[in-house]
Design a protein around this ligand. Structure first.
Ligand code: SF4
Length: 213
């Protein structure tokens, strides 16, 4: 079985994704691959057209179709998503939300990823605890718009509350939120942290967030 994860954001990425799917389809035709599944942003964006264009693919799944994809792999999706690290870096990315409610005229993200959807805080804390337990020292919080975190689930912006919860995890590391440049100064003041080089860092294993000079 072969799974192809695709990107559908910019022209080059779309072309590369299509080439990867076509090359996988060739392998299927030659008999070296049994089943071919494609998922990710490209299939999400062009779901109505791709199945007719590349019929060798056995299943197309969108960017948020994790459960159907897991089912197609013959597994029970009730225990997913479960994160398993496949690297040994000292840092790890923590995706705190998906999608975007803005509609910048030049951007396809809202059409691909859908509306903004936060990951519940307790799930993020569990994931961060798992990562800290595997030796991760830096958590990089990512999303299409980190400043929207919590608006859908908690009806208020909750990035600061999330960072404070993450800072209680016993892991002796750092948390780095990615923020739009225009917002960095005000968030920095609000969170009472200081700037170190070009990043903002917080310490785990303290009762409150602390900054490093
Ligand atoms: S805020 Fe960012 S992700 Fe959202 S539409 Fe604008 S450019 Fe795209």
């Amino acid at each position: 079985m072969l799974l192809v994860n695709t990107c559908g954001f910019i022209g080059d990425a779309k072309e590369e994704s299509i080439q990867a799917v076509l090359s996988a389809a060739e392998r299927k035709k030659s008999g070296t691959v049994g089943k071919l599944l494609v998922f990710g942003c490209l299939s999400q964006r062009y779901m109505s057209q791709l199945p007719d264009l590349i019929p060798e693919v056995d299943g197309w799944f969108g960017a948020r179709d994790l459960a159907p994809l897991v089912r197609a792999l013959g597994c029970d999706p009730s225990g997913y998503p479960v994160r398993h690290r496949t690297d040994s870096h000292a840092y790890a990315y923590l995706k705190i939300s998906e999608g975007c409610d803005r509609r910048c005229s030049y951007c396809a993200i809202p059409f691909i990823r859908g509306v903004h959807k936060s990951v519940p805080m307790e799930d993020l804390v569990k994931e961060a605890e798992y990562l800290a337990g595997t030796g991760v020292k830096e958590l990089i919080l990512i999303a299409q718009d980190t400043t929207y975190y919590g608006l859908d689930l908690y009806h208020k912006r909750s990035l600061a509350a999330l960072i404070r919860k993450l800072s209680l995890i016993d892991g002796s590391g750092y948390i780095i939120p990615t923020l739009p440049t225009s917002l960095k100064m005000c968030w920095m003041k609000w969170l009472r942290i200081r700037r170190s080089a070009s990043i903002w860092i917080f310490r785990f294993s303290t009762s409150q967030t602390r900054c490093f000079p």
